[in-house]
Design a protein around this ligand. Structure first.
Ligand code: DC
Length: 231
């Protein structure tokens, strides 16, 4: 049987990490895990429970209820994709809302939230054959991952991609606002005290500013083949 790998894909927001990770998983018949979706699901839970208010975040209550938040990824044959479930409810669409997006950085800075989600992520990875994308997958979650990719692209290109994506969904969007949001998230991701976004020393950088998805797939195929054939 072919060697099964753990592939970690980290990088800045709106770089196309999930699209890339999904395509790799599909091609290899691996499991794809969007770790950002897990932070988003916890954030949605906190919004619904009113743990996030004008005065700040009620960290104590969040920590107390962490063990009540169950997150699963369930395959939907209609969309041909895994969707995020929180406590048995399909939240795939709601976790992408602007409300969740604007609070998720704060929730993902809580050390106890990270500890719990990292534990969950590792438990999913024990069987290998997994592609996981996020910010700390190659540095914290799977420091021994077989392949580590660090993705980046220019701010303007990321903002344009995000703008087009939201536009296509018919959502009202303002390019400058999206651009500012991306810069703010980069700063939050790189500067949080716990598990900040960093390139692992052994990660390969992929700047996809001027690369099509096909070009990225050709690039990674070569790396995967070498890894699998190396035994
Ligand atoms: O990739 P994304 O935009 O869906 O991630 C949502 C948020 O979660 C983002 O603010 C960074 C955070 N995140 C994290 O801190 N660690 C991860 N492994 C994945 C995401």
């Amino acid at each position: 049987m072919k060697k099964r790998l753990i592939i970690a894909i980290d990088g800045y927001s709106s770089c196309g990490k999930s699209t890339f990770a999904k395509m790799i998983a599909k091609e290899l018949n691996y499991i794809f895990i969007d770790s950002g979706a897990m932070y988003r699901a916890v954030t949605l839970y906190c919004i619904r429970r009113n743990f996030i208010g004008d005065e700040g975040v009620n960290t104590r209550d969040i920590i107390n209820e962490l063990s009540s938040i169950n997150i699963d990824f369930i395959f939907n044959p209609d969309t041909n994709a895994h969707e995020t479930f929180m406590n048995s409810e399909n939240v795939e669409i709601e976790i992408r809302s602007l409300g969740v997006t604007s609070h998720v950085s704060r929730i993902s800075q809580i050390p106890e939230v990270r500890t719990r989600l990292v534990e969950l992520q590792r438990s999913i990875g024990v069987y290998k054959g997994i592609v996981m994308d996020g910010r700390d997958i190659g540095t914290v979650v799977f420091p021994d991952a077989d392949i580590k990719i660090f993705m980046t692209a220019s701010v303007d290109i990321r903002a344009k991609r995000r703008f087009d994506e939201l536009n296509a969904k018919g959502l009202p969007v303002d390019f400058e606002e999206i651009r500012r949001g991306i810069i703010a998230r980069d700063i939050a991701d790189e500067n949080r005290d716990i598990s900040p976004l960093r390139r692992a020393e052994d990660a390969i950088v992929l700047d996809n500013s001027r690369m099509s998805v096909e070009a990225q797939m050709n690039w990674i195929r070569d790396i995967i083949d070498k890894k699998i054939n190396a035994g």
